[in-house]
Design a protein around this ligand. Structure first.
Ligand code: GLA
Length: 411
């Protein structure tokens, strides 16, 4: 969905057109899941499906937010930071506004319409896209306030137009800071102890590249996405498990417990990131079976991400695909975050000639799997999913191709 398509919807709700539109992309993680919150490596791309926030600043002391997806409208009071009514999705909006305020940004009233074509809860980082989208919409409104009120000072410090990424302006925090502010909003207001991958991908990705993130330092590197004549196919299983949130938090806790157990045996180790496969066996007794499996996933997945980035640089898609498939097996067997529907999609994809590799992507327990397929194999893959998956499960799978895009921007 383009920003232009959002304008009529905004006008229908608020009676006049928006002043600007923010495009905030979802992500597909190519490889490296459940590694970000232990300081590991991840390799996502921002995709051409996005949350769109259409906006118009007002002189009111509240923000009027309309969610097209949930067909709900909430009013957020800027001095109290409360939403009325307060549906679950509004927590992201309130959280981001509270974090911007905490950072000393003087927020301004606004009318916001949130829509787009990124399915929520599908493991494509819709929460991060909403957070970053709202943050940029509110920062842009705040900056237009400063332009009106403090024109001289603004000119003296040097203004910048809102074309481009919309970040790094005088008032706007740089991409890594904006990402951690949004993650903090999610931790405090949505009760979700997520890592930094989704927000950082949304604020820092580049079209034509995957983003290699070292989550220990939050340093990013753009890796050219040399996909040759292959395509990246997303298969949304349609499964939205309610256990996902609790299980995610449980895995995170297990990783903390694992590090504590390892440190009791060897206090020189400060992070799971330092662990390598060689020698892991010596911690088997200290960890016990379950924690040993969890650490095995984290350690092998970090190594797979590093090798996958190298394979991508060298356009070695066979190696890249093989690593994707190995990653899925480890998420399923060692980290236990897959589900029968995701496993079925991956095994259907692997049975199709011309598919280099397939895996679940994101948090798991439902949501999406991805496959790297030769362009000639895409139609066969679609029909295979339609025939085998849709006849086995009550939910219907949706199959679509994704392309890499730039980070969130104000249009
Ligand atoms: C969710 C979280 C991310 C990351 C993935 C799993 O998307 O938001 O931080 O942990 O799960 O890789």
């Amino acid at each position: 969905m383009s920003g232009h398509e959002a304008s009529p919807s905004f006008e229908q709700v608020f009676g006049r057109p928006p002043e600007y539109v923010v495009r905030s992309p979802g992500r597909v993680n190519l490889i490296g899941d459940h590694t970000d919150y232990t300081g590991g490596l991840v390799l996502p791309i921002a995709i051409d499906r996005a949350v769109i926030v259409a906006a118009r600043p007002t002189e009111e002391a509240f923000v009027d937010v309309r969610s097209a997806h949930f067909r709900e409208r909430v009013r957020i009071e800027l001095d109290e930071m409360t939403a009325d009514p307060a549906p679950a999705w509004s927590r992201y909006a309130v959280g981001v506004m509270a974090m911007l305020k905490r950072r000393g940004i003087k927020l301004r009233g606004a009318q916001l319409w949130i829509g787009g074509d990124l399915p929520p809860g599908a493991g494509l980082a819709s929460s991060a896209a909403i957070e970053v989208g709202i943050a940029l919409a509110m920062l842009t409104a705040a900056e237009s306030l400063s332009r009106n009120w403090f024109t001289d000072e603004y000119d003296r410090l040097g203004s910048r137009s809102h074309s481009g990424l919309g970040m790094g302006t005088r008032m706007n925090p740089p991409p890594d800071e904006l990402a951690s502010l949004c993650r903090q909003a999610e931790h405090e207001f949505a009760d979700s102890p997520c890592g930094i991958m989704d927000q950082l991908c949304c604020t820092s990705a580049r079209s034509g590249h995957a983003l290699l993130i070292d989550c220990q330092t939050a340093k990013t590197q753009a890796v050219p996405l040399n996909l040759g004549n292959t395509e990246l196919i997303v298969v949304d299983t349609g499964v939205r498990h309610s256990i996902a949130g609790a299980e995610y938090a449980a895995r995170r806790r297990e990783c903390t417990l694992a590090l504590e157990a390892i440190r009791r045996a060897d206090p020189s180790i400060t992070s799971l990131r330092e662990m390598i496969l060689d020698g892991l066996e010596s911690f088997a007794d200290a960890l016990g079976d379950t924690l040993f499996q969890r650490v095995t996933h984290v350690v092998t997945e970090n190594s797979r991400v590093a090798r996958a980035a190298e394979a991508l640089r060298a356009s070695d898609l066979h190696t890249f695909g093989r690593l994707m498939t190995e990653s899925h097996a480890s998420l399923r067997d060692n980290f236990a975050v897959s589900c029968p529907e995701l496993d079925t999609v991956v095994s259907i994809a692997r049975s199709v000639d011309g598919v280099y590799g397939a895996r679940m992507t994101g948090g798991g327990f439902g949501g999406c799997a991805i496959a790297l397929a030769h362009a000639d194999a895409v139609d066969t893959l679609r029909s295979a999913i339609r025939e085998s998956y849709n006849s086995q499960y009550a939910t219907r799978a949706t199959v679509f191709t994704v392309r890499s895009t730039d980070a969130a921007r104000v249009e």
